[in-house]
Design a protein around this ligand. Structure first.
Ligand code: NDP
Length: 252
């Protein structure tokens, strides 16, 4: 059920944080993994991390907000590996300001990186998935897909949008045997949230207090759900949004 041998996965933003945690999971389950990001050095370090674990992995430089770069990423993956089975739309960013202070360019930057990129990448992989008789798209949402935060208007809009985009793609592509699901991580220790803890007073302790598991998540906590949603165990699971949050979302 969790054997990914022979499968090929692209993980956007797979060069660090949650993307790397998921890439590790996919690789350990036998998939060949392409980590895609803008920072070539960071991507090479991630490939080293993966190959040290025995994985077949490579890095491709791509800005997922650029439609031409996305097309190149998909074509290069097909050229290199001859197939493509899994897309993880994980690349993301945040600009923490209340809505009345957020500039239009900042709004676009967050929406383009977090939401439009998922549209572009999913659309780009669709022909390969359809021709192969199926595929898996895993979109990364957030607790902000469910809740509001004063400091995350664009981020919250993008992550709410991810859940609805997931449902639309799931319905559209179900007959092509393509499953599309979202993962909603809780608070995971990454570069993104290290920055958040510097910018949002009290965040670290508030997360600890509210998370029933009593801890921040680690990137390796994201591996299992990636393997499940990428593998045959989830062939009848589509359009869902699965929290991986130590219980944060169900705390009363
Ligand atoms: P990181 O900042 O560690 O990782 C973000 C990754 O996205 C980087 O590897 C970065 O690589 C890549 N990226 C950003 N912009 C682009 C772009 N334009 N093109 C290609 N790659 C890009 O953060 P996280 O690991 O925390 O976040 C990963 C995802 O998880 C995001 O979607 C985030 O919103 C989501 N998330 C995170 C949570 C957390 O607690 N950490 C909670 C809920 C959701 P590079 O700089 O090389 O381009």
């Amino acid at each position: 059920m969790s054997d990914l041998k022979g499968r090929v996965a692209i993980v956007t933003g797979g060069n660090g944080g949650i993307g790397l945690g998921m890439a590790r999971g996919l690789a350990m389950a036998g998939a060949r993994v392409v980590v895609a990001g803008r920072n070539a050095q960071k991507s090479e370090a991630a490939v080293k991390d993966l190959t040290a674990r025995g994985a077949d992995a490579c890095a491709m430089v791509a800005d997922v907000t650029d439609p031409a770069a996305v097309q190149r990423l998909v074509q290069s993956t097909l050229d290199r590996f001859g197939r493509l089975d899994v897309l993880v739309n994980n690349a993301g960013t945040n600009i923490r300001k209340p809505v009345h202070e957020l500039a239009l360019e900042e709004w676009h930057q967050v929406l383009d990186t977090n939401l439009t990129s998922a549209f572009l990448c999913s659309k780009a992989v669709y022909p390969a998935f359809k021709n192969a008789g199926g595929g898996k798209v895993i979109n990364i949402g957030s607790m902000m897909s469910l809740f509001g935060a004063s400091f995350a208007p664009a981020y919250g809009a993008s992550k709410g949008g991810i859940v609805q985009l997931t449902k639309s793609m799931a319905v559209a592509w179900a007959r092509d045997n393509i499953q599309v699901n979202a993962v909603l991580p809780g608070w995971i220790d990454t570069d993104l949230t290290r920055q958040a803890r510097e910018q949002v007073p009290g965040l670290h302790d508030n997360v600890l207090r509210r998370t029933p598991a009593g801890r921040w998540g680690e990137i390796d906590d994201m591996a299992g759900v990636a393997v499940f949603l990428a593998g045959p165990g989830s062939d009848f699971v589509t359009g869902t949004a699965i929290p991986v949050d130590g219980g944060y979302a169900i705390q009363g």
